[in-house]
Design a protein around this ligand. Structure first.
Ligand SMILES: [Zn+2]
Length: 283
């Protein structure tokens, strides 16, 4: 050993130092280019998996029933300008032949191509629970066949007057992915308790709320990470709707929350897809 050192010439020592230095540099390069990036990727991956399995960002869905013309003339531009989609439930026999009181097929197609969802609110808006089976089929499946033949892709249904029973629900479930009722609950629906059966109704429908009331519901939806479904009917030129005195202010509020990343604005079927995915359900 001593002999080896003693026999080492100064140039050999220098070579060894250079050799050692090269290995140090190679090691540092390896750490910088391979180990650290791998560590970062691994950690990011862990962080993504750390989210609760049922994590879903709070969502709001604006739905409107009956296809009255203000939905196209007033609500549509207000929401389109703010990048907010909605679901409009039309009654098939009110769209054709076109009437000045109701959204026409061509207007609804325009809404659909702007990201809105068009849903069926039946063929003639009768109480489905008072009908015979064949009539229910005609209202439920018959309206979907009509709408689809006009160029829509209908997957959502809204019960006329919110009325349904087990038979109606069974027939609806054979033609639609989701149906919306008119639950009187004014709280965001707690989806942890949603069952297969009531996926076809009671999704947290809200109506006739004061402006502070609707804003408070949106805040509550965000803080509880839930899905709020709002229901509207007629809209007027001065910004009023049947359910609130200033619809553009509601849209502004939603837009601000969406802009800050706290809320997703989705139509009904998008919300359902998102929620079902988060629950890893097979639908
Ligand atoms: Zn209705």
């Amino acid at each position: 050993m001593l002999e080896g050192v003693a026999n080492s010439s100064p140039s050999a020592l220098t070579k060894r130092r250079i050799h050692l230095h090269t290995w140090k540099v190679a090691f540092l390069v390896l750490v910088l280019l391979v180990v650290i990036p791998l560590f970062i990727c691994f950690n990011l991956d862990l962080r993504q998996k750390a989210f609760p399995e049922n994590h879903v960002r709070a969502m709001v869905t604006i739905t409107m029933d009956d296809g009255t013309i203000g939905q196209y003339s007033y609500a549509f531009p207000v929401l389109r300008n703010r990048g907010i989609p909605a679901t409009s439930f039309l009654v098939a026999n009110r769209t054709e032949p076109s009437s000045p009181w109701y959204v026409s097929v061509s207007q609804a197609l325009e809404m659909q191509s702007a990201g809105w969802e068009i849903g069926s609110h039946s063929r003639t808006h009768r109480d489905l629970t008072a009908l015979a089976d064949q009539e229910i089929w005609d209202e439920v499946r018959g309206s979907k066949i009509l709408f689809d033949s006009w160029g829509f892709n209908i997957t959502s249904f809204a019960y006329p007057e919110g009325e349904y029973n087990a038979r109606v629900l069974e027939i609806v479930s054979q033609s639609y992915n989701i149906a919306r009722g008119v639950s009187s609950s004014n709280q965001p629906y707690d989806f942890d308790y949603l069952t297969f059966e009531n996926r076809y109704n009671k999704l947290g429908w809200v109506s006739h709320e004061s402006m502070p009331g609707i804003k408070a519901l949106i805040d509550q939806t965000i803080s509880e990470n839930k899905w709020l479904i709002l229901g509207f009917h007629m809209f007027y030129s001065d910004g009023r709707a049947d359910e609130c005195e200033d619809f553009p202010a509601i849209a502004d509020y939603i837009q601000a929350k969406v802009g800050s990343g706290k809320l997703k604005a989705v139509n009904l079927i998008q919300g359902w897809d998102e929620w079902a995915r988060s629950k890893k359900m097979n639908i």
